[in-house]
Design a protein around this ligand. Sequence first.
Ligand SMILES: Nc1nc2c(c(=O)[nH]1)N[C@H]1C(S)=C(S)[C@@H](COP(=O)(O)OP(=O)(O)OC[C@H]3O[C@@H](n4cnc5c(=O)[nH]c(N)nc54)[C@H](O)[C@@H]3O)O[C@H]1N2
Ligand SMILES: Nc1nc2c(c(=O)[nH]1)N[C@H]1C(S)=C(S)[C@@H](COP(=O)(O)OP(=O)(O)OC[C@H]3O[C@@H](n4cnc5c(=O)[nH]c(N)nc54)[C@H](O)[C@@H]3O)O[C@H]1N2
Ligand SMILES: [Mo]
Length: 702
Amino acid sequence: MPATATATAEATSGPKSIHTVQGACPHDCPDTCALRITVEDGRVTRVAGDPEHPPTHGALCTKVSRYAERSYHPERVLTPLKRVGKKGEGRFEPVGWDEALDTIATRLKAIAARDPEAILPYSYAGTMGLVQGDGMAARFFHKLGASLLDRTICSSAGGEALAATYGGKVGMHVEFFAESRLILIWGSNPITSSVHFWNFAQQAKRAGAKLVCIDPRRTETAEKCHQHIALRPGTDGALALGVMHGLIVGGHVDDDYVARHVEGWPGLRERALQWPPERAAAVCGITADEVRALARDYGTTKPAAIRLNYGMQRVHGGGNAVRLVALLPCITGAWRHRAGGLLLSSSGWFKGARHDASLQRPDLLAGRTPRTLNMSTIGDALNHPGSPAFGPRVEAVVVYNSNPVAVAPHSGEVVRGFAREDLFTVVLEHFLTDTADHADVVLPATTQLEHWDAHTAYGHTYALLNRPAIEPLGGARSNAAIFRALAVRMGYTEPCFAQSDEAMAMSAFKAEHVDLDELAARGWSKLRIADAPFADGGFPTPGGKAWADAPGLGLPEHVANYECAEAAPELAARYPLAMISPPARHFLNSSFVNVASLRAAEREPLLEMHPADAIARGIADGAEVRVFNDRGEYHCKAAVSQRARPGVVNGLGIWWRKLGLNGTNVNELTHQRLTDIGRAPTFYDCLVEVAGVGEPFRVHAD
Ligand SMILES: Nc1nc2c(c(=O)[nH]1)N[C@H]1C(S)=C(S)[C@@H](COP(=O)(O)OP(=O)(O)OC[C@H]3O[C@@H](n4cnc5c(=O)[nH]c(N)nc54)[C@H](O)[C@@H]3O)O[C@H]1N2
Ligand SMILES: Nc1nc2c(c(=O)[nH]1)N[C@H]1C(S)=C(S)[C@@H](COP(=O)(O)OP(=O)(O)OC[C@H]3O[C@@H](n4cnc5c(=O)[nH]c(N)nc54)[C@H](O)[C@@H]3O)O[C@H]1N2
Ligand SMILES: [Mo]
């Protein structure tokens, strides 16, 4: 039986056993909730939020409250599968575990004997657990000497930019937003994607704080803020420079804080003075008064907090923009107060708290330095075998915790790569996703209800533990168990390949940083971090100062999108609409798209369009449209709505291609060019045109 946190047998009508198990939400979300899982007669009947865990506060998002529906889904893959059709057809037959593992080990051994770098692990954050993420898997691929993966698909532009400003991915405690007087919600839609942060923002709002949302899209969050600044995508750096200008001329710079705790301010000050509100407003497509008012509010309201999110760094200049925004609280000294400062990510606080080296065992590389491939350019990496840019041909890909065929940019190229008949592909999954359809062997993985794990967070500062609530369903095995079994077949004898999931989870954190007894007893424990960590400087840079002028990068500046009228006028003439593709509320990236109740809530793939853009193209609300550019074509339904600003369309993500209208999704249109900092994808830096499918809608002249 799996261990349980609290076992409360209750007398009910029948001989029922009921108990609750303490878990953690595994998903890629800043909130990383503490879960209470109710198990009745061996079956999970309820997944609820832990009322005692402060960020979770007893509530879950719509998606994860359906986690049991997802785990018991009739289409769960519960036995290993071997391909019988053509690549991508998704036709498989069940095979036993021994046959599946032998097939894989034989193939990997043969490839590794020639060149282990021809094998590529591909994974992201399907689960963010330290055990089922890159725990046992990392040990396996390090020992093998496989290519390394640069995990850039989400946050590396912002993450590296933050590290080039504060020295790490560190920021405010989420709880203290409740005490802020001004909150800038910048490139973030928390009602959709971080509802537990929104709870704190609402507490602040009720206490009289002003909320400002900075987002090209009129999101559910923007509607509930006092002010919405609908700037053009990819212009946040210009806005931040315009705000800095306002802070300087308005006398709102905290000279004492800047002198003691900021490196390179004189140079940045000079640069910001070249950005009067009119210049910033023209670049951002907003009014100069909006820039002035934002600077005045931000300079005069204390404490002022910024919730920055990754939505604004998925463009060419995403890294520079994050540096500029992250410097604002250093210039005003907002960090002096625990309810002031900024939060983009808190994951850096966990850096010293985990036993990274013993979890991942990079020492098993034994001096080898395999090449690194960027996950965001997987399309090119698979299609240009042997090219100087990528090195040796990729002969095998092992995918776990990710669905690249749906989520990676320029999916036409990604599909072409995964369709290579000479590529050996293994996919560890819960479902037959678009990527699993391209596998030679699919291995059934357990869900969070069925395995052990330990979790950090990137939107709060608590470590969490996940205990299994039930035994694995069918023939499913945890990722760690799968790599353990493969290691045996590869002949790896190091004791680390025999370590159990439970032992890995229980030894993930260091006692100096996390109260391990509380973690074991309650399922979560807060890291020991000062309330106002940078009140007197002490940033985790080598000299303790925040960097306006960062080593190797110089001063930050506004960098225009790759695809915009300024940088690519000829392209903008053919494709005049900028497309962003932010998350849909009921999906989590491409997860949950196959959960009927959640797909029903999203109805169909949508493209939001401003009425002016729709009328100009004769497109009616609800009409099927083709969204296209030189890379491809995506069909979806038009939602004619003020949620879109003129000139910008919002293609809500991320549908499974095979569940879309024409077998594609929004990534058919995105490209593989990378950000200025962090080698990350530029999903929201994309020009398109839209046309109706079928009869154009006629505008009546009366
Ligand atoms: N329901 C749901 N929740 C999720 C996810 C999901 O897919 N669905 N994804 C999860 C993941 S992987 C992540 S990384 C996190 C955070 O994921 P993020 O992608 O940061 O998600 P959002 O908070 O939705 O913020 C994105 C917002 O940025 C806006 N935006 C787009 N371009 C720009 C721009 O150039 N400038 C500005 N200022 N804003 C821009 C979009 O309109 C959108 O409202 O959320 C997680 N939570
Ligand atoms: N156009 C566009 N594209 C985007 C984005 C966007 O905003 N717009 N957002 C980007 C962002 S922020 C991100 S983070 C990426 C996300 O990309 P991914 O990390 O690939 O996320 P998902 O699409 O949710 O796919 C995760 C897969 O892992 C599987 N999984 C979950 N738990 C387990 C487990 O324990 N074991 C195994 N073996 N599998 C498991 C799930 O079933 C799911 O199919 O997408 C990016 N792509
Ligand atoms: Mo993400």
